[in-house]
Every structure is written in C-alpha cells, then in structure tokens.
Design a protein around this ligand. Sequence first.
Ligand code: FAD
Length: 604
Amino acid sequence: EGGIERHQYDVVVVGAGGAGLRAAIAAHEAGAETAIVCKSLLGKAHTVMAEGGIAAALGNRWPEDNWEVHFRDTMRGGKMLNNWRMAQLHAQEAPERVQELEDWGALFDRTEDGLISQRDFGGHRYARLAHVGDRTGLEMIRTLQQRAVQIGIDVFMECTVTELLKAPSAQGEDVVSGVFGYWRETGRFVTIEAPAVILATGGIGKSFKVTSNSWEYTGDGHALALRAGASLINMEFVQFHPTGMVWPPSVKGLLVTESVRGDGGVLRNSEGKRFMFDYIPDYFKAETADTEEEADRWYEDKKNNRRPPELLPRDEVARAINSEIKAGRGSPHGGIFLDIASRRDAEFIRKRLPSMYHQFKELADVDITAEPMEIGPTCHYVMGGIEVDPDTEVSSVTGLYAVGECSGGMHGSNRLGGNSLSDLLVFGRRAGEAAAAYASGLAERPAVSEEAVRAGEWSALAPFQVEGGDNPYTIQQELQQAMNDLVGIIRTASELKDALTRIEELKERAAGMGVEGHRQYNPGWHLALDLHNMLLVSEAIAKAALAREESRGGHTRDDFPTPSPEWGSKNLVVRLDDSGAGVDLVEQPLPEMPPELKKYFEES
Ligand code: FAD
C-alpha cells in the first residue's frame, strides 16, 4: 500500500462540537489555514443534543443581572474549586458571544419586548439561559457550522484521531507537530501536520453504564493529552444529572432537561411528597425557599422570594433523588417522579418543552402534559479535563490547546446548567485566536517524522495482530458496569480501590484484545482503539476520587460526607506515570483570587 495521506495546516481542531467550531472560526478569522477533524458526521457532535440553553448575563429579563452575579453563581456552584480567572472571563464574555451568535443567524426565543429570552436554571440567581425551545444546541451547531463551512474551513469528518504527533522545535523543545488518525469508513490512515492542535473532543460519559452521553464520548482528548505529556485537573468531579429517563431500559439515562424544573416542574416521591424541601444544605439555605408557597411565588416574583429547592445545583438534587430511591420511596421503575403536568397547562408544556413531550410520548408512551415522568440520576458531564492557561487555553505542552468539555478548571467541582454552551463559545474563540497567533509567529515548524507516523500506524493496527484474545465489547461492558457501581454518584474508599483493581485487570485484558475482519468500517476495531482511552481516563477518575477524602460538588464520599477546608484549598492534577500505561496524582494549591473578586464571597 502506498504512502499515508498527508495534509498541512496552521491549526488543526479535533472535534466539531460548539467548542471546536467556535475555535476553528476564530483561528480562520485570525488568518490561519484551519482544518476540523471529527469522529462522526458534521452536525452530530454532542452539542447538538443540548437542550436548555446558554448561560449569559444579558440582563434581558432581570436588569439586575451582570457578570459579577454570574461569576459568583458559577464559583459557588463549583464550590469554589473553579479556576477563578476562567470563571471571570466566562462570565464577562458570554453575553458578547451570544450576541455574536445572533448576528451570525441564530434565532433565539424572544421576550415580550423582542429581546433574547432567558430562562431559569439551577444555581443561577436570575433567569439567564438564552434558549431556542428545548433545542438550543441544535440552533447553536447549525449557526456555527454554517459559518465555518461558508468561510471555507476544511472538514475531515468520520475521521478519528488516535495520536498527537510531537517533534523537536527549533529550540529543541518537544512540541506538537500534528495529528494522526484514520478514516472510519475505509480504515485508511491520515496524517495532518500542524504546529497548533486544539482538542475539542467533549466528554467521557461512555465509560459509565447509565449516561446521557452518546457513543462518541470516550475521553479521547483527555487520553491523547495525557499521552502527549499534558496534565488533567479535577478528574474526580463527574456530574450526575438528576433527571435521566429510567424507563424503558433501552433509553435508560437519556436526558430529561433541567428546563422542566426551570419551567415549574417539581420532584415527588412515591408518597406524593415534594421532598426537595428536606434536602436544602446549609450552604444554600439563605437563598432557597423553605415553603411550597414561597417556592411557587418565585416563578413570578424573584425579587421578593427565594428559589425553589428543585433548582438547587445538580449535585444536590441528584444526591437527594438517590437518597429517596434508596429509602424505598422511588417510582415503580426505580426512579422518582418529575411532575409538570399538574403545574402547567398542556399548551405551555408543548410549547416550552416540545422535545421532552415527543421523547416521552414516543419512547415511553407517557404524556407529560397529563402524567408525571419517572426519572433518576444519569452520568452527564465531566468537570475534569485538560489543564490549560485560562487566557489562551494552551496546555502544558507547547502547541497543544484544549477547549470545551475536554478541558478542565472552569467549572470546579460542579458545573451549572447552561454554563457549558457559553464555555464553548468563550474559550473556543480564545483558543482559536491564541493557536493562530502561535502558528503564525513560528519561524520554523516542527517536522513530522516518518517514524512517528509508523508508530501511529503500528499501534492502531495492534488489535489485528492478536489471535483470539478478549472481545472489546465485553471489556467495555465490564468497565461501564464497574464505573457505574463503584465510581458513581456515592463513593467509598473500598469500592474505589475495588474499581482500580478491576480497571487494572481490564487494562491487561485490553492489551491482549483482538478484533476480527478488516479495516473497512469495522466498529469492533474502532471500539478497541477507543477503549484504551476509556480505561486511562477511568483510572484517572477513580484515582482522584480515592485521593479526595471529602464530599464536594459532583464528588460524594460516603466515608467523608462533608467538605473539608483543607481539600477546599487544592486541586488534584493527573499525569501519565513513568510506565506510560497509567497515571499519577499531584496536589496543587488553588490559584489565589484577587481581592476585587474575593469581595463577592465575603458575606457567605
Ligand atoms: P462535543 O459537542 O461533545 O463535540 C465533540 C467532538 O469531538 C465531536 O465532533 C466528536 O466527533 C469529536 N471527537 C471526539 N473524539 C474524537 C477523536 N478521537 N477524533 C476526532 N474527533 C473526535 N450544556 C449547556 O450549557 N446547556 C444545555 O442545555 C445542555 N444540555 C445538554 C443536553 C444533553 C443531552 C447533553 C448530553 C449535554 C448537554 N449539555 C448542555 C452539555 C453540553 O452539551 C456539552 O458539554 C457540550 O456540548 C460539549 O461540547 P464540546 O464542543 O466540548 O464537545
């Protein structure tokens, strides 16, 4: 077979979700020759599934809202572990990024005065999420994609990146030199040389059995970065969304948007009790209603009432649901009831939540305008990710940038709903600009060696060299079950240790796993390659979860049920270990917040 297909660009973006598209647009507009590579078809990235909206302090519904309030909500939602600088930039720049989407043709829902409408979500003090019904992600992707294609960015779709290439720079430093991957359809390899690579590969949800994430979220970017020498931060923090479908089994985990609660839906147990009032933590007491009357008045009058407890941050609500189910007060299929039918009229529900209406009607034969939904927690989002410089999104490896869900720091220990879509836009733009500037400033580019390409080829083909061996599907299933049962919403040291032992065993079996058939569209082979990433990232999550002996945000330890001030002052950073097959942990103090920002937290 002849040589491997080769291309050259200034900037390569891996991932075509909101983060990747926004980064590519910025890089292109800054003058860089830019390409996007994505595993699935353009338009199929996770971002398209986003329902509720984009958080930005536009102040359209509540003029009192501004970046300072958004910043404070974000930091408190993340229990103060967030990188303060990222949270600040995010809150400051999100409104401009939303406005810009509108300039590029996004059609948001409107207020009565014709402004971009904003809806309520957990942890946000004011109605803050710009939305398009419950299909906001679709509109965001449509807009960004149209622009990316229109301005002439090249797209390599259904193409999976399996290696980051590195080479010595002119100064002798080991820097990024491009990416190596394969076309999913033909199995043929491709090398893209570029001095700047932006990872925008999304999340890790497919390592858990019950998840709202689709097949693509195997932690590729996280693992690629680790192997290239970059570090991950906050990996113990995985967000379990309180409301996923629990029935029928085929759709278990599928997301039920938080907008249901934002628009008036409430949670009830099998006794019909609105139980969230029993689970208001001290930390949020001052701002949460303690009677149903006050909670219900809040939807109309936010100034004089406190928010309903159903809209506490996601970690609080998910834990409460978990406790009710454990206490035997769950619904027939092992969830809890989410009721909007008795609270809003059918027309309102169908207009505000059209996708939810159809999802339940078609998949579960439940009419949400007439009966309650059955829901339970589902693995949804990873707060942890590639550690980056807050202003430029560059990782510790020169030339390697990361944005969106695969990056870390911005959301601390827990992400507020709506803060991901805005994160993609704010940091996507920043990364694109920084990567373009870096590439254009280079006098000389790192060269991609033949050996590096051969090595990529060799490791991608390894599963074909094995006779017999384990089947990747079996290993994946066992990993998903272990992560769900042992590294899930409530954790203990003994279970986490057990998880690490199992991951170690699975890694050994994965090293000898074989695939049958040939390279043309071969899903077993694709999974075999993804599995190495899933295993490495799962190890990072379990190790960090075992080390953090406290409960905070998305990380709940049964054996350390409260937050500890000592752990509240540091992050855990993960790096590849010396063997290159596992990870090590380092504790790192939080960056010092400047006094002009500290003042927002002084009263609490
Ligand atoms: P993604 O959109 O996940 O895109 C990742 C891209 O990387 C894809 O194109 C994929 O093909 C590509 N890729 C991955 N690995 C490789 C590889 N090895 N080689 C090549 N390409 C690769 N957030 C909000 O703020 N508001 C919401 O209302 C909201 N609703 C949500 C609803 C659902 C059902 C889900 C699952 C999430 C929701 N979120 C929401 C979270 C938010 O949608 C995601 O965090 C966000 O879209 C992630 O965007 P991203 O650009 O980082 O990555």
